[in-house]
Design a binder for this molecule. Sequence first.
Ligand SMILES: Nc1nc2c(c(=O)[nH]1)N[C@@H](CN(C=O)c1ccc(C(=O)N[C@@H](CCC(=O)O)C(=O)O)cc1)CN2
Length: 297
Amino acid sequence: MAAEIIDGKAFAAGLRSRVAAGVAALKEAHGLVPGLAVVLVGEDPASQVYVRNKGRQTLECGMQSFEHRLPADAAETEILDIVARLNADPQVHGILVQLPLPAHVDAGKVINAIDPAKDVDGFHISNAGLLATGQKAMVPCTPLGCLMMLRDRLGSLSGKHAVVIGRSNIVGKPMAALLLRESCTVTIVHSRTVGIEALCRQADILVAAVGRPEMVTADWVKPGATVIDVGINRIDAGEGRTRLVGDVAFASVSAVAGALSPVPGGVGPMTIACLLANTLTACARVHGLPEPEGLAV
Ligand SMILES: Nc1nc2c(c(=O)[nH]1)N[C@@H](CN(C=O)c1ccc(C(=O)N[C@@H](CCC(=O)O)C(=O)O)cc1)CN2
C-alpha cells in the first residue's frame, strides 16, 4: 500500500494560524508585540529566499520583523556589534543569524554571542546543553517541526525505535535528543556507520538529515515505518535546470513506508512556522507570562 504523505505545508499553515492567534491574544491582554530580527550576511540566493519568507510570515502573524543585511565581506566584529545591539533591544524577542555564514566568519562565535533567551534558532551552546540534558530550552526549528509531525501522526512515540541519519548540530543531534525525551530508543547513524542500511531497516521512525540526494531507498526502510525527509538538495535536471530532492528516494520509499514527508512540502515549511512559534514563546517567557499551548516542547 502507498505511504500516507505527511503534508508539511498544511501543517505549517495550521501552526502559523495558532501563532497568529497567540500574538493577537498577547497584544490584547498585555499590549505586547513579539519581534523577530534576522541577520543576513552575503548574497547566497537560497538564504535570501528563506530570509524574505521569514520576514513576510513574521508580519503575517502580527509580529514585528527587523532585517539586517550585510555584505559578504563584512567583518566578524560588525556582525557581533549588530547581535549586541539586538540583545539589548527590548522590541526584539527573537534573533537569528541566517546560515551559512561566509567562511571568514566564526559561526560558533556569532551564534554564542546571541542572548540564549532570544536564540529562537536554538543553536546557542546553552540551549543545546539544556536540550541534551532534558531541560526546558529553545529547540531548533527543523527538529521541532519533525517532532510535531511525528506526534501528530503517531501519538505517543514511547518505545519506538527511531533512527536518525546525520549528526549535525542543527538537525541530527537535537533531533536525537528530542526523540530520547519522547522515550524512543534512538540510534544515530552517519557516513562512517558500518551496516547503515540494516540499522535503518530496524527503524519504526526514520529521520534522514544527511544532505545526500535520494540516498535512502526502499530497501533501507521497514514496511510501515514513518519516514521524515529533512534533505534539501538541488540536483541537475538537465537543460540547465535544477530540481529539489530530499535525502529519500520518494517514489521507491513511498511504496514501503507507512508515512512519508515529501521534499518540497514537508519539513521545510515547518522550519519557518516553528521559528515563529519560538519567537512567540520567547516573548512570553521574557515577560514571565504563560506560554501559549502546543507551540513549545
Ligand atoms: N539560522 C538558520 N539558518 C538555516 C536554517 C535555520 O533553521 N536557521 N535552516 C536552513 C534554511 N531554512 C531556514 O533558514 C529553510 C530551508 C528550507 C525551507 C523550505 O521551506 N523549503 C521548501 C523548499 C524551498 C525551495 O524551493 O528551495 C520545502 O522544503 O518545501 C525553509 C527554511 C539552513 N539555514
